[in-house]
Design a binder for this molecule. Sequence first.
Ligand code: KIV
Length: 281
Amino acid sequence: MAKVTVATLREKKKRNEKITMVTAYDFPSAQMVEEAGLDTILVGDSLGMAVLGYETTLPVTMDEMIYHTKAVTRGAPNTFVVADMPFLSYHRSLEETITNAGRFLQEGGAKAVKLEGGKEQCQKIRTLVEIGIPVLGHIGLTPQSVHQLGGFKVQGKGAKQAQKLLEDAKSLEDAGAFAVVLECVPAPLAALITQAISIPTIGIGAGAGCDGQVLVWHDLLGMSSGTLPRFVKQYADLRRQIVKALGDYKNDVETSRFPEEKHSFIMDKENLPRLDPDDKE
Ligand code: KIV
């Protein structure tokens, strides 16, 4: 597979070819994404909910993100890996933003970072891009602001909010973001934004008019528990299959059907030590 770069994604938009992205958080998942030939992996801070069992993305730390990013980039050397900057890692100062974004490239091996927000983030994005760190924007439902937004809700339904999202997307383009994620945005608005900017839009719950799509690994593969958001299409039912396999294994062990002879190692009988009757209590 040829290495995917920012230029590949830009070209795809020009040629009207769709961009494919999925989240991944570990080495074997990353290997599978690369084998399947998707363009990009997002090491999302959805890690917090999908893998670490938190209620929101807010508790996820820089060190946790770096740890998982390293595993992903080892597994997918040719896929374009974007790492999510976690809550508060780009809010305190420009200096801290540069340090944290830089860690993802230097230590994590990522090719780009993603951060949430529109116009208010543009100065930081401009600086990161000037340094040479590609930035993926993220507007609409921004999960790190879940408490401000009052829950995981569709954004941009009203005229004022829709206008703001359009302006945010244009500002991100102007600041040098290479693409922008549109999360939980009505499909007609996402399609309009996609037409209005020259950088690719990557939608999640934003309809078919975006330049690309992203889904969370566990949702796509049927590994999540609980109800899925309506925008998810589940392509496999792995959770059910895994629970069934684990149950079969438990049953086989408990009934001595596993391991069989073919799973065991043999040796010459005469090399077996003799048990002294006193050895046994
Ligand atoms: O963290 C994440 O997985 C994300 C995607 C849902 C876009 O931000």
